[in-house]
Design a protein around this ligand. Structure first.
Ligand SMILES: Cc1cc2nc3c(=O)[nH]c(=O)nc-3n(C[C@H](O)[C@H](O)[C@H](O)COP(=O)(O)OP(=O)(O)OC[C@H]3O[C@@H](n4cnc5c(N)ncnc54)[C@H](O)[C@@H]3O)c2cc1C
Length: 406
């Protein structure tokens, strides 16, 4: 049997892509080596639908932190050096993206994607109401360094010009917006406020949407890895047990695993895994209602239902999803330092580690070559970008014109 399309990878990107293809009338099979949808990087991420904050990872401020990163003393960042030519090329391309001009251009390109994603998410939720702890509490980005705050305020003004509801606010205004910040107000110099930013549990979203699509005919194959792609008259995927799945279109949404599947096709994609950790805990006595990003500690705090998710750290080139206890201790110490009463830090904590699929410019790669389309490399913002790039990928598959504007 030759299917219309097989989507490999059932994270937020793959599930959203399967939905975009299914909605266009294609018969879709969704394959993942995990036992269910959303069990990769989409499982316990920071949960921010970060419509306004699409800042690229490569930035002048990260460059300033490089000595600490290389010396492994920076709590938020680590880098593992590897004698692999593709990895070295990625690192050099990443460094070239750290100029102020590239940072601004990459972040604003991300903003356009986020604006399209926000609309696509709203349209999806009108068609398919899904329970995934979705809320629109807005977001505050907290600043402690006056120079960084000045630069962020200018950057926010550029985003406002591009159509995003975002502005710099005083510490007093930030506390009025989120009273839980009162206890730490003395060390803040200001904040950036984005009232329209949202939160949601990406794993619940993947599970809920896959179930809905399954009831409408989506075929799913979980618990089996794709070993390789066969091109030729009838393109096919070869599974780990040797089974061949033929399809007219193959769409890879495999995050950091994409380079290995594409290399035999002589298709090189610059994606490196960047590990992060999160904890999910009971809310503390001063859990913020609004979603928070602590800019200097590179930490996010989000209420999800009756819990709080705290996520952060960017360990470049670390390819394991095993929780690193030393890094977890650092995350917890930073979180307690940042918002001491946000979570019940004495109670049970659910720790997790995931791999962000990061490109040098922090922008996803959505491309088609013949029967194979890729929708990969969403980095630190895959939950935010998934709906927009799913639409882009589906348009490439069906030959529709690209979406314009937002
Ligand atoms: C700590 C942390 C915090 C984050 N916070 C946020 C946030 O607040 N907001 C935001 O927008 N983004 C956030 N992100 C980023 C976001 O989680 C990712 O960009 C997003 O999950 C990537 O989605 P994906 O579908 O591409 O990858 P994944 O969710 O990893 O899905 C890829 C899937 O492909 C499958 N797969 C791979 N290879 C094969 C194969 N050979 N055969 C079969 N299946 C295969 C995997 O099993 C996996 O399920 C965060 C990430 C981390 C790690």
């Amino acid at each position: 049997m030759t299917r219309d399309a097989i989507v490999v990878g059932a994270g937020v990107v793959g599930v959203a892509t399967a939905e975009a293809l299914h909605r266009r009338g294609l018969a879709v099979t969704l394959v993942d080596r995990r036992s269910g949808p959303g069990e990769g990087a989409s499982f316990a991420n920071g949960a921010q639908l970060s419509w306004s904050y699409t800042d690229a990872l490569a930035s002048p401020s990260l460059l300033k932190r490089l000595p600490g990163v290389l010396a492994a003393t920076d709590p938020a960042f680590r880098v593992r050096l590897r004698p692999d030519p593709d990895y070295i090329r990625w690192c050099l391309a990443f460094l070239r993206n750290c100029t102020a001009a590239r940072f601004a251009a990459n972040s604003l390109a991300g903003l356009q994607l986020a604006l399209r994603s926000r609309l696509a998410m709203a349209a999806l939720l009108e068609r398919v109401p899904l329970p995934f702890d979705h809320a629109v509490p807005g977001k505050l980005l907290l600043h402690e360094d006056p120079h960084a705050f000045l630069a962020a305020a200018e950057h926010a003004a550029r985003k406002a010009d591009a159509g995003m509801d975002v502005r710099a606010v005083s510490v007093a205004d930030a506390v009025a917006i989120e009273p839980a910040l009162e206890g730490i107000a003395a060390r803040l110099v200001g904040a950036i406020h984005a009232p329209g930013d949202a939160v949601g549990d990406a794993h619940l979203f993947c599970a809920g949407l896959t179930e809905r699509l399954g009831a409408q005919g989506l075929e799913t194959r979980f618990g089996i890895a794709v070993s390789r792609i066969e091109q030729g008259a009838t393109p096919a995927l070869v599974l780990a047990d040797g089974e061949r799945l033929a399809a007219r279109h193959i769409i890879l949404c495999t995050g950091p695993d994409a380079p290995a599947l594409l290399r035999p096709l002589r298709w090189r994609v610059p994606i490196v895994p960047v590990r992060g950790h999160s904890i999910t805990a009971a809310q503390g006595p001063a859990a913020p209602h609004i979603s928070i990003t602590d800019v200097s500690r590179k930490l996010v705090f989000c209420r999800l239902g009756d819990q709080i998710r705290i996520a952060g750290q960017a360990d470049v080139g670390f390819a394991t999803t095993k929780v690193d206890q030393a890094r977890l201790r650092t995350l917890l110490a930073d979180a307690r330092d940042s918002l001491p009463d946000a979570a019940d830090f004495q109670g049970p904590l659910q720790p997790w580690a995931g791999l962000r699929p990061v490109t040098p410019d922090s922008l996803p790669i959505v491309q088609r070559r013949g029967p194979v389309t890729v929708n990969i490399g969403h980095g630190a913002l895959g939950w935010t970008y998934a709906m927009a790039t799913a639409d882009q990928a589906a348009r490439l598959v069906t030959g529709e014109a690209p979406a314009r504007g937002h």
